[in-house]
Design a protein around this ligand. Structure first.
Ligand code: TXD
Length: 320
């Protein structure tokens, strides 16, 4: 038997075993999508989380292996690397300080991970999302199609939920599309939101739509306020696992994804949320949907704010 070639399951490395990282590990394992390697800078943390998760394997009836480590060599040969590593803001730290600290964390993590998994697709989750995705692309030196960011799936899922709650219909019948940067300036597109094919603009008045769109824009803050410590992680982890699934199973789902733009939507050299086909090669295709003048200019305003943060982050890792 030793002479037979070995075979292995798909493998997903998750950098950062905090709330989002560990919940994503659980989703990926329980959906039987892949084996999971959780890596964190804190010794014992990823090992403990991985052990706790694998001890439910029999009950949850999945076949995924889950290991925790502090050593990048254990992540070798991964098909997908998801980056959730980062620090929360500490007292006395400005927003820009935090941006530079997290830029360094993400940049170094991406460099170390790509050395072990040069053929991986990278999905970035750490905030500020669009900026960290650009840094990961720079750090890895990978083709831009293999590096993307998760935010639009989450923002769209929040809007989907709010529409379903408002109309008292099943979320399964609601489809939504939120583009742009992840933050106050994201661009929900009510014209492209439907309930079983019926545009929501025919089902709700403009004021109601605006209220739901606003709630979506502030969806992260609403949860932070309620939790008091830390932010959302269940829906973010579900969102990332949908992207992982589309890539691992080569499903070509059309999902709003932070992708590298080269002229699409009139924007260049920036990562921003746009509708993409996600398949085994990463971002297989970027779709350019028709935008009104107003929507297009809102997208450009969102892009400008990403660019400002990007300058600070690039300086933080010595790239100007
Ligand atoms: O839509 C989205 N993109 C987001 C983004 C939705 C939800 C959360 N979003 C962001 O994800 C959030 O603003 C954070 O920047 C990240 C991770 O959020 P999470 O809630 O998981 O944060 P935690 O629980 O603080 O976990 C971060 C972990 C923690 O275990 C640290 O020890 C680890 O990151 N960490 C590191 N791991 C590896 N290597 C290094 N250098 C490192 N530094 C910290």
């Amino acid at each position: 038997y030793d002479s037979l070639p070995t075979c292995r399951s798909p493998q997903v490395t998750i950098v950062g075993a905090g709330n989002v990282g560990r919940t994503l590990a659980q989703r990926v394992a329980e959906k039987n999508l892949a084996d999971v390697v959780l890596i964190d800078i804190v010794e014992g943390l990823p090992q403990g989380v991985a052990l706790d998760l694998i001890e439910a394997q029999g009950i949850e009836s999945h076949d995924s292996q889950i290991i925790g480590t502090n050593n990048y060599e254990d992540t070798a040969g991964s098909d997908i690397v998801v980056i959730t590593a980062g620090l929360a803001r500490k007292p006395g730290m400005s927003r820009d300080d935090l941006l530079q600290v997290n830029a360094k964390i993400v940049y170094e993590a991406a460099q170390k991970a790509v050395k072990q998994s040069p053929n991986a697709v990278f999905i970035v989750i750490t905030n500020p999302l669009d900026v960290m995705t650009y840094l990961t692309w720079k750090a890895t030196g990978l083709p831009h199609q293999r590096v993307m960011g998760m935010a639009g799936v989450l923002d769209s899922s929040r809007l989907q939920t709010f529409i379903a709650m408002e109309l008292k219909v099943s979320t399964a019948d609601v489809t939504t599309m939120v583009l742009g940067g992840h933050g106050d300036l994201m661009l929900p597109l009510p014209r492209y939101c439907t309930v079983s094919g019926v545009p929501i603009t025919e089902l709700m008045d403009a004021a109601t739509i605006e209220r739901l769109v606003d709630r979506t824009r502030n969806g992260g803050a609403e949860i932070v306020k309620l939790l008091q410590t830390g932010g959302a992680y269940y829906a973010p982890a579900s969102s990332a696992s949908l992207m992982v699934e589309s890539i691992i199973r080569n499903q070509s789902r059309l999902l709003p994804t932070a992708a590298y733009l080269q002229g699409q939507y009139g924007l260049n050299d920036i990562y921003l949320g746009v509708p993409c086909h996600l398949g085994c090669r990463g971002v297989e295709k970027i779709f350019e949907v028709n935008l009104t003048e107003e929507e297009r200019s809102a997208l450009h305003v969102s892009a400008e704010s990403v660019r400002e943060n990007l300058k600070i982050a690039l300086a933080g890792v010595g790239l100007t």
